[in-house]
Structure formats: structure tokens, C-alpha cells
Write a protein of this length. Sequence first.
Length: 330
Amino acid sequence: MSQYDVLCIGNAIVDIIAQCDDDFLVENRIIKGAMNLIDAERAELLYSRMGPAIEASGGSAGNTAAGVASFGGRAAYFGKVSQDHLGGIFTHDIKAQGVAFDTSPLTGTPPTARSMIFVTPDGERSMNTYLGACVELGPQDVEADKASGAKVTYFEGYLWDPPLAKEAIRLTAAHAHAAGREVSMTLSDPFCVDRYRDEFLDLMRSGTVDIVFANESEAKSLYQTESFEQALELIRRDCKLAAVTRSELGSVIVRGDETVAVDAIEIAELVDTTGAGDLYAAGFLFGYTAGRSLEDCGKLGSLAAGLVIQQIGPRPRQNLREQAEQAGLL
């Protein structure tokens, strides 16, 4: 019996979230809807210009781990924080969600990562991330028992930015596959795909990655096409299983010759898209590791994503298991 359902690996980041208008983005040279990597000086500058903000533990794969745990799944997490105020916040929050988090923190510098997230009236989020301690995550942080004991390992494409993390991912994948487990990744965002297209394709085609999560823009970027249908056929060929989200159009899941389309849930109000893809992956992987059909996996993903975009912040405030039960999905 496996020790965990899902092991998530990612950049351990505390999100600092504020609302703004589009003019603010233009004035501060922020690329709308993207994750922009910044240095410590720009992090301080943007923080000084932010309006009232909410601090919330984030990081793409950390959000996914929290979502899996909220569904009642057994989740573990690898990620690097420092022994500072924000590191304490992150550690408390992920453990309070019920996620196993035992990565040793850094002592001294660099400090814990933070992302200044600006949410415009249309609900779109523009992220400005200082990676800080994240860049120190490496092979020494791989816990072999968790890597081989999780049904599925899931990592974020953003991890391809800090070089040591690549080694950690490959080592974890080796442990997982040696134990007969599967490895999954999210493409993270189109700009991340632009930076690492060839490497991401190699991960898929070499079998290092079995399951891929992407949104429509990321899938098109991966194959440098404007055709969603073409991107879908190419990703079908390159990996064992892929789930591609399309915002209000729902998602499409492909595995071999199978194609499953899943509707998005109806929402009352779009508040903040932060964490939508992360929570979709959480619902999907919770269902997948429980042996549910691809359609059920997609519906659980749609439920989690639909709930998180109706709130500020990337982690579920509602108990996802209860919400799934009320929706007749569990």
C-alpha cells in the first residue's frame, strides 16, 4: 500500500495579493496574466507600491497539495523555505492543511520566496515572484521514501527556473518509476513553456513524465501553434495522459485514443483566477489516485477550480470533500 496519494514538488512561496487596475500594471511594467521573475530590489519596490494586501501561502504545487488534502487525499510536499517570518507562515499553513512537509529550512539567506500578485477587475492575476530560498531546493532535499511511496509525483514547470531543482526532479522521478509509480507535471504558464519548450518535450517523450497538465495557452505555446485541436493531438502523442483546461469552456482529457470533454461548473462571480489550474490538478489527481474514471477526475478538477476562483487567494477555504459530496461526485 502506498504511503501517499500525491507528492507535490514546487517553489514554496508566500503570496502577497492586492487588487489594482490595468493602468497600475502598465505604469509598473508588469506583464498581465504572466508569472514575472523579479529580483529582491524590484520585490521591495512593488511591495511599497501595493495597496492593501492579503498574505497567503501559495506556490503552484503547494496549492495542489493543499487541494488534495482538502479532498481527503494523502498529500506530501517538497519545497524550500528559510527560517524567517514568511517561512514560518508557509510551514504552518501547509501542515495545517494536513500535508506532510519535512523539507529542512535554510538558515540565513536568501529569504523565503514571495510573489506580489496583482488582481485586476476582470479576475486576472499578474504574478511578480522573487524566488529567494526556492533556488536552494536540490537533490539533498529528496526524501526517497516519499518519492517511492506516492502513487503520483506532481511538479510544477516553474521548477525549471532554479537549476538545482531539475536534479531534484529527475532523482525523484527515478525513485518513483523504480517503485512502479507515475510522474506528472504542469506546464505552469506560456512564458515558462517558451523558456523550456525543448526540455519539457524531452521530459514527456522520454517517459520521465507520464501525465501533463496544461491550459489552452500553454498547450499552444508548447507546440507553437494557434490551433487548439493540433496542440491536443500532439500532446496526445507525446505523453500517456494529458488534461488541458480551457477556462469557462471546461477541460479536455486525452489518453491514447480516448478523449473526454468536461464542462466547467457554473460560478456566481469570478473574483481571482489565482490557483485555478493548481486546484484543477488537485481534484483530478485525487480522483485519479482513487481509481476514478477520467470523466470523474475532470469533474473533481472542475469543481475545485470553480470554487477557488470565487475567492481571493489560491487555497481552498471550503472543505473540498464536503463540496464534492454535495455535488454528488463522491
